[in-house]
Write a protein of this length. Structure first.
Length: 205
């Protein structure tokens, strides 16, 4: 087999076609570098462009979650108020009786007037009503949620009406306790009972 002529090989080495290979490699490297730099630049600017949007989305999601929690709490409060409103309507008619049972102050004059009215309804003769000093709160009794004062009542009437008077006082709306009850027959009048009663009336501190 005949080897190529050395002159032909030398001509190929000096040929312009071989000179194109370095240029092709350099152009390819430049294009590749340009693509990478372009991608980096786009990523960099895209990050700055998207970051505010992401922050806004995250903030809106937090606000939405907070608003949902607030709405749930408000709904619960509305339901509670509605339930309390229904309960209040059920006891609304009883409130005046409750407040009258244990008033905010002594209301001595009202108690005396009430006792006079009860005695009149019981058809007994009221001899007298007396109220005593209001109990003063001291450090020992500061924990008590109520105060009190004593009163006394004396009357004359027949036996049944006297019992009616005692029962009416013990069941009156105002909270009172009967501490002492004394019954005596009137010497000069048969069938007439003399009543001596001592009690305690209460009110809130």
């Amino acid at each position: 087999m005949q080897l190529p002529n050395n002159k032909i090989i030398q001509n190929l080495r000096q040929s312009k076609y071989l000179e194109l290979f370095p240029n092709l490699k350099e152009e390819k490297a430049q294009k590749f570098t340009s693509v990478i730099l372009t991608f980096i630049a786009l990523s960099f600017f895209a990050l700055f462009a998207i970051n505010p949007t992401i922050s806004t989305i995250l903030r809106l999601r937090r606000e939405l979650a907070d608003n949902q929690l607030t709405q749930e709490q408000l709904t619960q409060k509305i339901n509670n108020l509605s339930s309390l409103g229904k309960q209040y309507q059920q006891i609304e008619t009883d409130i005046p009786y409750v407040l009258g049972s244990l008033p905010q102050d002594p209301q001595i004059s009202l108690l005396v007037a009430h006792l006079q009215s009860i005695a009149k309804d019981a058809s007994v003769t009221l001899i007298g009503i007396q109220t005593f000093e209001v109990e003063i709160t001291t450090p020992k009794t500061a924990q008590k949620k109520y105060s009190s004062y004593s009163f006394s009542l004396s009357s004359e009437g027949d036996y049944n009406n006297t019992l009616k008077l005692i029962d009416s006082i013990s069941t009156m709306q105002r909270v009172v306790s009967l501490d002492l009850i004394g019954l005596n027959r009137k010497a000069d009048q048969s069938g007439i009972i003399q009543l001596s009663l001592k009690g305690t009336a209460y009110f809130k501190n």
